[in-house]
Design a protein around this ligand. Structure first.
Ligand code: 6PG
Length: 225
């Protein structure tokens, strides 16, 4: 696996600005870009739309999605539509939305088929305080889905569909964007400890490309110096 490129910014805003620049560069090159939900990437998506308003060479994918309709406030599609897609001058060539309105199994099977032979040029990921990334949660059976590209993930709140570890690790560039002191422990477990299914983000690395980790100082606080 490729080494990890750790970049620590002084502030969350600086980390998000750098992510926006990397997203914009990737959009200008064109190709397959997979995006995540959550609150951290929103400013990066807004910034990328300002820096690169033409995504006509891009096919947009989701690293994960909640099994809800696309206009649901929990939808990652809605997050990306509001913070990026609606702000572009030229829309993506394709928006591969996870069909969250279907059953989790149907949505996962459809996405798995759609992802056949697709390699992400860039996959932007976050990390939860528990070390999850996309919807790959600690010790979850989805971590063992090595023959699929997408899998359904039952959850107490709402079921999800997630890209699998093989799909994410095949990416040319895996770009983690992580800010906040509440992530510091998960960051240390993910990037300075042996791979462990208890911390799924530590299992996600680009196999043949780059793994870039953009952090603010607070999220990097427990990394070894
Ligand atoms: C989701 C995301 C999820 C996110 C982490 C971190 O569906 O919520 O895909 O994996 O990246 O939960 O979210 P924050 O960066 O907002 O803390």
């Amino acid at each position: 696996m490729s080494d990890v490129e750790l970049r620590v910014a002084a502030t969350a805003a600086e980390a998000q600005r750098e992510a926006a620049e990397l997203l914009a560069e990737s959009a200008r090159r064109g190709g397959h870009i997979a995006l995540s939900g959550g609150g951290t990437p929103r400013p990066a998506y807004e910034g990328a739309a300002r820096l690169a308003p033409d995504w006509s060479g891009v096919e947009v994918w989701w690293a994960d999605e909640r099994c809800v309709p696309p206009d649901d406030e929990r939808s990652n599609y809605r997050l990306v539509r509001e913070s990026l897609l609606d702000r572009l001058d030229r829309k993506p060539l394709m928006e591969h939305r996870v069909l969250g309105e279907l059953s989790p199994a149907e949505a996962a099977d459809a996405y798995d088929a759609e992802l056949r032979d697709v390699v992400f040029d860039l996959a932007l990921l976050g990390i939860g305080p528990d070390g999850h990334t996309a919807s790959l949660f600690p010790n979850d059976p989805a971590l063992d889905e090595l023959g699929r590209r997408a899998a359904a993930v039952p959850r107490p709140d709402v079921a999800r569909v997630t890209a699998t570890i093989p799909q994410l690790n095949a990416s040319e560039t895996v770009l983690f964007l992580i800010v906040g002191e509440e992530k510091a422990d998960a960051v240390a477990r993910s990037f300075s400890a042996p791979p462990d299914p208890a911390t799924p983000a530590g299992l996600v690395r680009s196999v043949s490309g780059r793994t870039i980790v953009l952090l603010d100082r607070a999220a990097a606080a427990r990394l070894p110096n």
